[in-house]
Design a protein around this ligand. Structure first.
Ligand SMILES: [Zn+2]
Length: 226
């Protein structure tokens, strides 16, 4: 049973987690109710944008790419600045890895909520998770709940932010994707922080992804297709 007359907008990065969320949304609301949005925030690895478009096409949903130049203009993180290498160590002062882009998810979800408002969409889905992740504070449940409240007040709306992966380990996320029929789409996703296809297998994102698939006992279609 799909929730009647509800529409949903999935924030699709082209990665494993947001692709799993896409299949969660399709399962819950029905294919016709699902839209996706992808943000071009000046990420070094442009392949992410192509992957998001391919995943959406494969799944049979629309994909809107919105530009946000400001995060790259701020600089200082390894995901937008080509002069900074991805470091698996965390910063001694902040406890955060140098892939942290401050405020990224807050900004993404705010723009997503604005697009949802324009399209009369009541639900947002994001793949943020507290578990097994890099400890980004904008992925915490507390942050998302507070943001949802701010968006409801600030847009006079009843928007709901869904976070189906919030408390799932990478293993559980792989199992969820499998159970929802989302595995074939994983061949089009991108996770590698070094932007490599086939994935480098060495960076923190590749290591975490491989661990999740291994623990779930599932072959990663991205690696298998390489
Ligand atoms: Zn990698």
């Amino acid at each position: 049973m799909h929730e009647e007359e509800q529409k949903v907008l999935v924030v699709l990065s082209g990665g494993q987690d947001s692709t799993t969320c896409l299949y969660w949304a399709i399962d819950r609301y029905g294919l016709a109710a699902v839209d996706t949005v992808t943000f071009d925030y000046g990420q070094r690895h442009r392949v992410e944008l192509e992957c998001a478009a391919k995943v959406a096409e494969f799944a049979g949903v629309s994909n809107t790419c919105l530009p946000i130049d400001t995060l790259a203009a701020l600089g200082g993180d390894a995901l937008t600045d080509p002069d900074i290498d991805v470091d698996s160590e965390t910063d001694a002062d902040t406890g955060l890895p140098n892939t942290f882009v401050p405020g990224r998810n807050l900004i993404f979800l705010t723009y997503a909520a604005a697009l949802a408002y324009r399209r009369d969409i009541q639900n947002l889905v994001t793949g943020v998770a507290e578990t097994d992740y890099s400890g980004y504070p904008d992925c915490r449940e507390e942050t998302i709940i507070a943001l949802q409240q701010a968006l409801r007040l600030g847009m006079e709306s009843e928007v709901t932010i869904h976070t189906p992966l919030m408390h799932l380990s990478k293993k559980k996320t792989v199992e969820l994707a499998r159970d929802l029929g989302g595995l074939p789409a994983m061949a089009y996703t991108h996770t590698c922080y070094n932007g490599e296809r086939p994935p480098c297998g060495q960076c923190p994102a590749c290591v975490l992804r491989a661990k999740g698939f291994a623990e779930a006992g599932v072959n990663d279609p991205l690696v298998a297709s390489a």
